[in-house]
Design a protein around this ligand. Structure first.
Ligand code: VOV
Length: 249
């Protein structure tokens, strides 16, 4: 029967991309630039203490291509915290140059399609907890894209039997498992929160692995028949120790 599947939901997430106003930055005095970067690094330090306490996670990426310059990914227990962080960035000195661009709001999600997850909604196993409240791996590259499932008359994800969806996602999971150690994924649900149905965030040491996994999955029935994709954003990790160099002129 075509019934909704129970989801287990974790931290709220925002992918926040910014275009950096280099033209104005170049007109700013060195003293002001140094003060802005110093204040920004203090903000990063503050966010890191949240991550150390396992009350959230975040990472910053230098975006490749011209969709944006930077992409922040923040995970927090509440949407209030995500909005506060946005305001904190915008009120900071560096915030004057971080022009808001594309963003995506979602919540970390696991479904009961995975038999491993069954019966674990009350008492979370450490594995399930690590998936719902993930600390972002500080790997060199990240790739984000939103996606949805088709609702075409001849291929409608929301009218097929739950058992069939479970089978299709099982096969999908098997493809994913081949990339263990090469690609880490965080699936976030965004129905009712943003324009697509899911957000896919992938991490890799070698960006070629993004191309390989997404290509291979295009042959999985669940993707071939039912998947639609939004824009892809690819970025290179920007650790706090490289922030000075990034903004230096
Ligand atoms: C890194 C590899 C990897 C692995 C191991 C993996 C495994 C799994 C499992 C076991 C499950 C189902 C149960 C659950 O735990 O939720 C999922 C679920 C999902 N996936 Fe996935 N996925 C991966 C990777 C992976 C990628 C690269 C994509 C993008 C698809 C593509 O074609 O570009 C994707 C998408 C999704 C989505 C949208 C869902 C939710 C669908 C829904 O209708 O609910 N996913 N996924």
């Amino acid at each position: 029967m075509a019934e909704a599947v129970v989801t287990m939901d974790g931290w709220s997430v925002v992918h926040d991309t910014r275009t950096f106003d280099w033209a104005s930055w170049k007109l700013t005095s060195e003293e002001e630039r140094n003060a802005a970067v110093k204040e920004f690094k203090e903000l990063m330090k503050k966010w890191d203490t949240v991550e150390e306490a396992k009350l959230g996670s975040q990472s910053l990426y230098k975006v490749v291509g011209n969709k944006a310059d930077l992409m922040f990914i923040f995970l927090r227990p509440t949407m209030e915290e995500l909005e506060e962080i946005k305001r904190e960035i915008n009120k900071s000195k560096l915030g004057d140059y971080l022009i808001p661009d594309y963003s995506y709001v979602s919540i970390v999600e696991m479904t009961m399609h995975n038999p491993m997850n069954e019966g674990k909604d009350r008492k979370l196993s450490p594995q399930v907890e690590a998936r719902l409240y993930p600390i972002l791996p500080k790997w060199e590259h990240a790739c984000f894209y939103p996606m949805g499932r088709r609702r075409w008359e001849e291929a409608n994800w929301f009218t097929i039997d739950k058992e069939e969806r479970t089978r299709l996602l099982y096969d999908h999971g098997m493809t994913g498992r081949k990339y263990a150690g090469k690609v880490k994924e965080i699936i976030t649900g965004s129905i009712g929160l943003d324009n697509w149905e899911w957000g896919v965030t992938l991490f890799a040491h070698d960006p070629l692995q993004f191309k390989k996994i997404v290509y291979e999955m295009r042959f999985d029935e669940v993707t071939t028949k039912y998947a639609e994709f939004g824009d892809f954003v690819v970025g290179n990790y920007l650790p706090a120790e490289d922030v000075d160099a990034y903004f230096a002129l």
